[in-house]
Design a binder for this molecule. Sequence first.
Ligand SMILES: Nc1ncnc2c1ncn2[C@@H]1O[C@H](COP(=O)(O)OP(=O)(O)OP(=O)(O)O)[C@@H](O)[C@H]1O
Length: 225
Amino acid sequence: MIEIKNLNKAYNLGEENGCEVLKGINLTIHDGEMTAIMGASGAGKSTLLHILSCIDRYDNGEYLLDGELIGRMGDARMAEIRNEKMGIVMQDFALIEDFTALENVMMPLDFSAKKRRKKEKRNMALEALEAVSMKEYAGKPVCKLSGGQKQRVAIARGLVNRPEILFADEPTGALDSVTSGEIMKLLRTLNEKGTTMVIVTHDRLVAESCDRIIKIVDGRVQDIA
Ligand SMILES: Nc1ncnc2c1ncn2[C@@H]1O[C@H](COP(=O)(O)OP(=O)(O)OP(=O)(O)O)[C@@H](O)[C@H]1O
């Protein structure tokens, strides 16, 4: 499904604060896999995840998604791919605290190229909340939820478009070990139902519960376990 060849990415090269972040990444992710991306702080994990999830662009190399070359695409097609195929769970939830769980989960549907009636969007959001066992909290403002509940809502928002692949940046980073275990169980259940998962994590236990671990060291893939 995902094939990355000799991919490079730098920020502000030539400037004082410039840096080369990804330096020739090669990797393949197959349909149905649950993959962890590990590496020290600053190694380039989030940068890689943002490129994989079509939020950010790479400088050179190749990124093929289902055989389609991402690099030469215009912004509109990239947004379309993101909407059609991908779900994204951002670091630290990135939820709107004053909005209800339901309103947060419905948001990606408002940005989708596919026009849907409000009722259909609401039903899709309720279904996503049900998939993470949060349907009964649909009407609660996010600021009134616990950390684990917020993470579930963030996952529901990532799932609402029924993506083929879900990208999650530190989905357990802000959680205690029990809640973290529950979230990983939930992600595994969703994976078993067919969603490919790519998870950035610092936590070895979380990584070991995935099918494989890709370790990024200084912008390169050091090993794939
Ligand atoms: N938008 C940006 N502009 C300039 N530099 C950036 C930008 N985003 C990231 N960087 C730099 O790129 C490097 C890699 O950052 P990245 O966030 O990908 O690392 P990470 O492995 O995810 O780190 P962490 O585990 O701390 O989240 C860091 O040195 C960071 O300062």
